[in-house]
Write a protein that binds this ligand. Structure first.
Ligand SMILES: [Zn+2]
Length: 490
């Protein structure tokens, strides 16, 4: 793609006169540059004076002292986590996971998922994340009824965020109990594994008939489920389901021509490969990849599987083993980033870029590891490559879809305006994102969401939180404040 495509003189929007971190093949950083947007795509990238004349009638956003760059992509976002932040902080890892899973599958209703999906999208958009992956099915997120994923997809799209939803079954054993609420009354139903796979088929088919430009799907499993010292919820009864789960996942992937996502750690990559489960490959994303072997890295390289790295995830301090990030990069394995939030921390991917840099430098005592440009690649173009979308997204180039953010440089912590890639990775946080454009539409301008009443969303969030807290009896899991002060442990 060329730098400018001076064809027509009409554009819907001109991001005028900023510093463009293009993330194009040459990784060019262009000063005094504008970006013209037409019909959801980037129409031209070029010198501000030229584009100003060429697109004189376009609506403008002044980008002086701003960076213009691709929106960030979070490869491990979490539908279901936004309205329940920090609930269960009194519990240890597995107990907390079980509490959240139980809460989501037993105490949530359609209205709850509506608010949850909106909050999930809006909190990320405001931090510069324009595309997110979320599993729907595992860890209490619901595929027991097609309504829940469909509501989530509709609301995320309405908020203006791009999302890939990974559909699949919850963890075995099956059947599993799920609760349905109507008029404040619960009905419990035992749901069969096949029912959930049928639901996934239905959603794939509905999407094929009625595609949403911001939403697409893949298949996801919470985990492989083999015996694995890094798997806190492994049991022999669950392991019996490994083959059947994998078979269903492969069937869905082939029937609907989609990719795959799962958590991988410990020996699970080697196991999936050796057992020929059919889950490794160029359309597969493996999250975490902590505590894996050198052989796992070779398997990922040979199969073309992608890693999603989550340097702030609870797993990093709950289990031994590092994600071998420099080793992956040196081996040519593609790595994207994800926040795996918001349970123990927030969804700000700028902090994940910093953490990815720091964790490896601390481990190897090497200040040159993971330079800022590499961190920015992981949060943008490499993340889209993992999703198979890098031909359409992840860089500022004429012809690509216009998913862009601007970052305000006119602030003390961003001064002096120089070395913009360093400023963005080392000094910026998501709160420095000024404007967000997704699919050519301005969804946030000067930090205000466009076409969305944020106060109303916050009020509805509070009401949903109160409702589920009461239904689930969660009050006892809101940590006693006295335990967080004055001691080395809570
Ligand atoms: Zn995870």
């Amino acid at each position: 793609m060329s730098q400018t495509q001076p064809t027509s003189s009409t554009a819907d929007l001109l991001l005028h006169n900023g510093i463009v971190i293009t993330m194009d093949a040459q990784r060019r950083v262009l000063t005094d540059t504008s970006v013209a947007i037409r019909d959801g795509r980037i129409a031209a990238v070029g010198p501000a004076a030229d584009l100003s004349a060429q697109f004189a009638d376009a609506r403008r956003i002044d980008c002086r002292r701003k960076v213009i760059m691709p929106g960030l992509v979070d490869l491990h976002g979490y539908l279901g986590g936004s309205v329940l932040k920090s609930a269960g902080e009194d519990l240890d890892g597995t107990a907390r996971r079980n509490l959240l899973e139980e809460t989501l599958s037993s105490y949530t209703d359609e209205e709850w998922w509506q608010v949850e999906a909106q909050l999930c999208a809006v909190e990320r958009l405001k931090l510069g994340v324009t595309c997110m992956f979320s599993m729907m099915g595992g860890n209490g997120t619901r595929t027991d009824d097609v309504a829940f994923p469909q509501i989530a997809a509709r609301e995320v799209s309405r908020a203006g965020m791009r999302m890939r939803i990974g559909l699949g079954p919850a963890r075995p054993p099956w059947p599993r109990p799920y609760t349905y609420w109507a008029d404040g009354k619960p009905t419990v139903r035992a749901v069969e594994f096949d029912q959930v796979i049928d639901n996934c088929e239905r959603i794939f088919n509905d999407h094929a008939r009625n595609p949403d430009p911001l939403i697409d799907y893949c298949v996801a499993l919470s985990r492989i489920g083999n015996q694995n010292e890094h798997d806190p919820v492994w049991t022999p009864e669950r392991q019996i389901w490994v083959g059947r789960q994998a078979e269903a996942a492969v069937h869905l992937m082939k029937a609907h021509d989609v990719g795959f996502w799962t958590h991988m750690y410990g020996n699970s990559i080697d196991y999936a490969f050796d057992e020929k489960l059919g889950l490794c490959g160029p359309r597969s994303i493996f999250s975490h990849c902590t505590g894996i072997s050198e052989r796992s890295i070779a398997i990922m390289r040979e199969t073309g599987s992608h890693c999603a790295h989550h340097p702030r995830a609870a797993r990093t301090y709950s289990y031994p083993g590092r994600c071998p990030l420099p080793e992956f990069i040196d081996a040519g394995v593609n790595v994207g980033l994800g926040a795996d939030a918001p349970q123990n921390h927030d969804t700000d991917m700028f902090l994940d870029m910093k953490a990815a840099v720091r964790a490896q430098r601390m481990h190897f005592k090497d200040p040159r590891l993971i330079p800022p440009g590499k961190a920015l690649e992981m949060a943008t173009i490499d993340g889209y490559r993992a999703l198979g979308l890098d031909h359409e997204l992840g860089s500022v180039e004429a012809g690509k879809k216009a998913d862009l953010i601007t970052i305000d440089l006119a602030q003390p912590h961003m001064a002096p305006v120089d070395m913009p890639v360093y400023r963005v990775v080392y000094n910026a946080t998501g709160r420095d994102v000024a404007d967000v454009i997704v699919d050519g539409r301005v969804v946030m301008e000067k930090r205000q969401m466009v076409g969305m009443d944020e106060n109303d969303l916050l009020d509805r969030t509070q009401a949903m939180y109160a409702r589920v807290m009461e239904r689930a009896g969660l009050a006892k899991h809101i940590p006693d404040n006295n335990r967080i002060w004055g001691a080395s442990r809570s």
